[in-house]
Design a protein around this ligand. Structure first.
Ligand SMILES: [Zn+2]
Length: 297
């Protein structure tokens, strides 16, 4: 999921991105036609010199050392600063921060079924710390989970007390379910910043008077879908979690206050928005809103 190096002392250029040289000598990072970054050569700097500076971005060199060496290679300090700034803005470098005890945040996958298994496996393969659970008893306490994010997977209707506890304690959570053969990812709830699962319930009850009656019958049930839909749904969920866990650098996840509904038979991914409801308990349960780009760790 990430190219971060916990032992880095300086900036690390994403080693997965191909570094290419165009015929005019400019250096191109990546090969996507829309997102590749083309670096113009600063005045008086040759391609080999710029490539040598990029090679310094391996995490083992501090910023002063990079600056000192780049100046020795013929680059002006302002050009080096601009280069690092351009790479950072493009999300191509990881700038080392102070060491932390647990650099990788833990993700709790709560649920039992094919999606829980698929999402957990994918997160673990991506180098994440994953914890599993499927019961939320009277003794359970979300604050002891120490999770950066909770995935509520497989259960068609999440346990109301768990949902309220997640909102009350400001813990981001993403719902992932299978509904009548289709996948549904979201809403992603950032308590205090977005609508919550109960907001969505209130809205649906506004469209269908019987929804609370039907919803109560779905409590404890798990959905079904083909293996392909399960894999596609897990992939979309993983993409949303990557966006959350890399915040605030990447674009906001599209499942914030919305569901992404995957219909492989129709080759469609439909986004349905669930705005915040002023009558919902999340307006007073959620902790005071802070910076939405920051997640608890
Ligand atoms: Zn709400």
């Amino acid at each position: 999921m990430s190219f971060q190096n916990p032992r880095a002392v300086g900036a690390t250029l994403d080693p997965r991105i191909p570094v290419l040289v165009r015929r005019d000598g400019r250096v191109q990072l990546g090969w996507d036609p829309e997102h590749a970054l083309v670096l113009a050569l600063p005045p008086g700097v040759h391609t080999d010199q710029l490539l040598a500076v990029l090679r310094l971005l391996d995490g083992r060199n501090s910023r002063p050392h990079i600056l000192w060496t780049a100046v020795g290679l013929g680059m002006a300090p302002t050009d080096v600063a601009r280069l690092l700034s351009d790479l950072d803005r493009a999300g191509l470098i990881d700038v080392a921060g102070p060491p932390t005890v647990a650099a990788t945040p833990a993700i709790r996958v709560h649920g039992r079924g094919p999606l829980s298994d698929a999402v957990s496996r994918a997160l673990t393969d991506g180098g994440n710390r994953v914890m599993r659970s499927y019961r939320y008893s009277a003794e359970s306490d979300v604050t002891r989970w120490n999770a950066a994010c909770v995935v509520l997977s497989d259960d068609l209707v999440a346990e109301p007390r768990l949902v309220a506890d997640l909102v009350r304690n400001g813990i981001p959570h993403l719902q992932v379910r299978l509904r009548d053969g289709r996948g549904v990812v979201g809403p992603l709830v950032l308590p205090g910043h977005t609508s919550c699962l109960r907001c969505a319930d209130l809205l649906r009850a506004g469209y269908d008077d019987d929804w609370p009656h039907l919803s109560a019958q779905l409590l404890g049930a798990v959905g079904h879908a083909s293996p392909a839909v399960i894999m596609a749904t897990a992939a979309v969920a993983l993409g949303q979690l990557e966006a959350v866990l890399s915040a605030p650098r990447s674009a906001p996840p599209s499942s914030l206050g919305a569901t992404l509904e995957i219909d492989l038979a129709a080759h469609r991914l439909v986004t349905r928005h669930w705005p915040r409801q002023v009558s919902c308990s999340c307006t007073y349960l959620a902790p005071a809103a802070g910076d939405p780009g920051r997640l608890p760790s």
